[in-house]
Write a protein that binds this ligand. Structure first.
Ligand code: SF4
Length: 92
């Protein structure tokens, strides 16, 4: 399935103001403080069974494309940020 690019001028302008240091600092604050307990519980308990897929409107709306499954989205975002210890940029 071809993914659509969604334009968001407000988001795009905000991204331009980000520095690598600010991105890393903010991500690590969320990962280590703000959401640490919830993320730890999720990472330690999710067994990638896919039972939550049908509850996700993105997954259902995109013809059940596995890359839109909740666990796939988490792996592509939060887990990648955790693995890289917040050293990501606006694209990766
Ligand atoms: S894939 Fe979804 S339903 Fe399965 S363990 Fe992970 S969060 Fe729970």
């Amino acid at each position: 399935m071809q993914r659509k690019t969604v334009s968001d001028p407000g988001f795009d302008e905000t991204v331009k103001k980000l520095t690598p240091e600010k991105i890393t600092e903010t991500i690590n604050y969320v990962l280590e403080k703000e959401a640490a307990a919830r993320l730890k519980a999720y990472v330690e308990t999710c067994i990638h069974c896919g039972l939550c897929n049908e509850a996700c409107h993105f997954y259902v709306s995109y013809d059940r494309d596995p890359s839109y499954a909740p666990v796939a989205k988490v792996r592509q975002t939060i887990w990648d940020m955790m693995k890289k210890k917040g050293n990501v940029d606006a694209r990766h």
